[in-house]
Design a protein around this ligand. Sequence first.
Ligand code: ZN
Length: 119
Amino acid sequence: MKTEAVSEPETLLCEVCKREDAFGVAGVPGVPYSAAYGRECLKRNAHPYWLMRVNVIAGGGTKEMVAVLEWNTFVDGEYMTVRQALETHPFTKEEMDSVLTGWLERDIEEAIREGIKDK
Ligand SMILES: [Zn+2]
């Protein structure tokens, strides 16, 4: 019996910097999301910038979100804190509306799925 290769495994890139191979997938602290991390980003405790943006908007300025501002991320080819990144790439109104609408729609869908909408 012959064994055939089904397909070559795809290379998984680091989701933070997108320039190194991923070392593994791990849960992002405090966020219900798992990201592929490379060794350098894992060592620097840097997280995907798009997710940090969504996290800050969705958190709406709570104490926990203020802490997120000091987390590390990777933007424009450099490691920096989320606060530094947001200073050079501020939120747009469209982005905030999009994220907030997405969260609201998700809550409604979840409520319908759980059958608690009409309670
Ligand atoms: Zn990386």
